[in-house]
Design a protein around this ligand. Structure first.
Ligand code: JD8
Length: 397
């Protein structure tokens, strides 16, 4: 990847010679160029700013030096239609779209980034408007606080992007578990030797060697920490309209166990009747069972106001994103909520997943039709569950 940074304080980007970005340059993964904007001024004082039209405090960065800088760094013919997609111009600004892990991942897939670091009250808006006529432009903010310029934001963006560059991170799988990673949860607490430090002990579950119990503890800690510090991540307000109803979708928490069991029983009794077998696992469970499996699955719940009306759970088994317990309140069937929840679960598939898979009753005609329309194809009969078929399809990104 090539990154060009334009600034009136080039030495501000010196830290990019260190640690990860430094290694990336030496490894040839990153081709970083830092430019002093003043080289595109032509007056004795190398002026880059002027007073704001319409009055007001401070100064604004002049368009001419920026225009010449971008002409030089991304020459007109570099953006020929023959080989899109070309460079992305990134402009840090407090009024930009939030810079997120998802944005970092998207930018890490690009060949070229040009980062324009503003100062003063900002850059004359025509620079961005003109650039947008010949390349993709993203105005991004690295956080809801005010900095004095774009350089610090450029350091943040470069670090967040470079560490995602293919083949650069030591163990890409660790990316999945990070905060804002696939699940969008904050990280669980971490510990190392000694087992006791100043009277503080390492949680016993971590010393027991039972990987499943460690995974469940870590997931619970991540949930509790996220609920305490970033409830917005647990309750992303994704409103879904089904009929007149505005439905809220969020990640389930341990407190949802009771309602989930109620919905599960309401959904699986008709399912069992349709398949003449009450042996279906969902009907064998009680509240403790639901409480037990909740920390092991990523579970989305849908509420119409206070009422739980839909849910689905999913988890990674090797490279398979396993989707199950897709439930829609019987009185809300046939409005597309099931299909919507299925897509929601599919979209949550982490980078490591290559297939999505689920199973349903061989005689659940309505479900089979919906899954077929959603691109699922029969994989095999469930060996230990006669009358149950497994369906699957490749993960679509
Ligand atoms: C670029 C000039 C300073 C901003 C008058 C203070 C990003 N999350 C963020 N906070 N602040 C910035 C940022 C601030 C910048 C510039 C980014 C260029 N300033 C200005 C407007 C108010 N001064 C940022 N990303």
């Amino acid at each position: 990847m090539r990154i060009d940074v334009v600034t009136i304080f080039p030495e501000y980007l010196d830290p990019l010679r260190l640690s990860l970005p430094g290694r990336a340059q030496r490894a040839g993964v990153l081709d970083l160029h830092v430019h002093d904007l003043r080289q595109w001024t032509h007056d004795r004082h190398r002026t880059v700013d002027d007073t704001p039209y319409g009055g007001g405090p401070g100064m604004v960065m002049r368009p001419e030096p920026w225009g010449e800088a971008l002409d030089a760094i991304v020459p007109e013919d570099a953006e020929d239609a023959e080989d899109p997609p070309g460079a992305v111009l990134l402009v840090p600004t407090p009024s930009g779209e939030p810079f997120t892990q998802r944005a970092a991942a998207e930018l890490a897939a690009e060949d070229r980034l040009v980062i324009a670091c503003g100062r003063y009250e900002g850059i004359d808006q025509r620079v961005v408007d003109h650039a947008a006529t010949r390349m993709r432009v993203r105005e991004v903010s690295v956080g809801d606080y005010v900095l004095n310029g774009g350089e610090a934001a450029a350091l943040v963006v470069v670090e967040a992007v470079v560490r995602l560059l293919p083949g650069f991170m030591g163990n890409p799988a660790s990316l999945d578990e990070e905060s804002h990673g696939a699940e969008g949860l904050l990280e669980y607490p971490v510990f190392t030797k000694p087992p006791v430090w100043r009277g503080h002990e390492v949680p016993a579950v971590l010393l027991g060697g039972d990987h499943a119990r460690v995974a469940a503890w870590r997931r619970e800690q991540a949930m509790l920490r996220t609920a305490a510090r970033r409830p917005d991540l647990l309750h992303p307000s994704r409103t879904l309209r089904v009929g007149e109803d505005d439905l809220d979708v969020r990640l389930a928490t341990p407190a949802d166990a009771g309602e989930l069991l109620t919905l599960q029983l309401a959904c699986w009794v008709p399912e069992a009747r349709a398949n003449d077998s009450l042996e279906v696992p969902a009907l064998q469970e009680d509240l403790d069972d639901v409480r037990a499996w909740l920390p092991e699955w990523t579970t989305f719940v849908v509420h119409a106001g206070p009422r739980l009306v839909g849910a689905v759970r999913c988890r990674l088994e090797g490279e398979v994103w396993d989707i199950g317990r897709l439930m829609v309140a019987p009185d809300l069937r046939g409005r597309g909520l099931g299909r919507w929840l299925l897509e929601h679960a599919e979209q949550a598939a982490p980078p490591g997943a290559t297939r999505v898979s689920l199973f349903t009753g061989a005689r659940s005609a309505e479900n089979l039709r919906m899954y077929r329309r959603a691109g699922y194809r029969r994989e095999h009969e469930q060996p230990d569950e006669p009358g149950v078929v497994r369906l699957g399809k490749p993960v679509r990104r």
